[in-house]
Write a protein that binds this ligand. Sequence first.
Ligand code: WNU
Length: 165
Amino acid sequence: IHKDSHTKKLINNAIMNNDFLKRLEPQHMREMVDCMYEKVYTEGQLVIQEGEPGNYLYVLAGLPEEKLAKVVDCLEVVIVTQSTEGFDEPQEIKTLGVGDYFGEKALISEDVRSANIICHENDTHCLVVDRDNFNQMVGTYEELQAYLKEYVEELSRGDERRNAL
Ligand code: WNU
């Protein structure tokens, strides 16, 4: 995929903002940048829909400068909601900000999407990695794999405690 220098810079920034991606070796980091592509979402748009099959991991890359200042501290670029026993509407469980990733659970547990991710701001840029590239990258880091597996199991336990459907 061809990328202009602006996109490459955006991707690099997002990676450096991300707790696990920034630990990649330089060569893997470059490979990651090469296989990521950018998608732009508008306010209210569903990035991920609960129950749908999922084959992509997302990293929240950012927003235009002027908006970034407003939302980056309160970490409210996208909202995570989930269908919950006893409620008609999916319930908000958390918000995510620039540098955060999501969508790893369907990839790791080979399951459908377990929550909704709703965009909260116009012009939100996400970086997308497909399952094959994700597996290839994570597969070379045993520790990372183990960490993600553990984390995903923790999310499942949390879902149960909240009576998620
Ligand atoms: C949660 N329960 C569930 C989040 C992002 C990254 C990490 C938490 Cl490492 P998916 C829906 C996505 C899911 C997760 C994300 O929503 N998610 C949660 C929860 O409490 N999912 N079931 N919190 S934000 C988050 C940890 O990425 O992956 O593919 O799609 O099921």
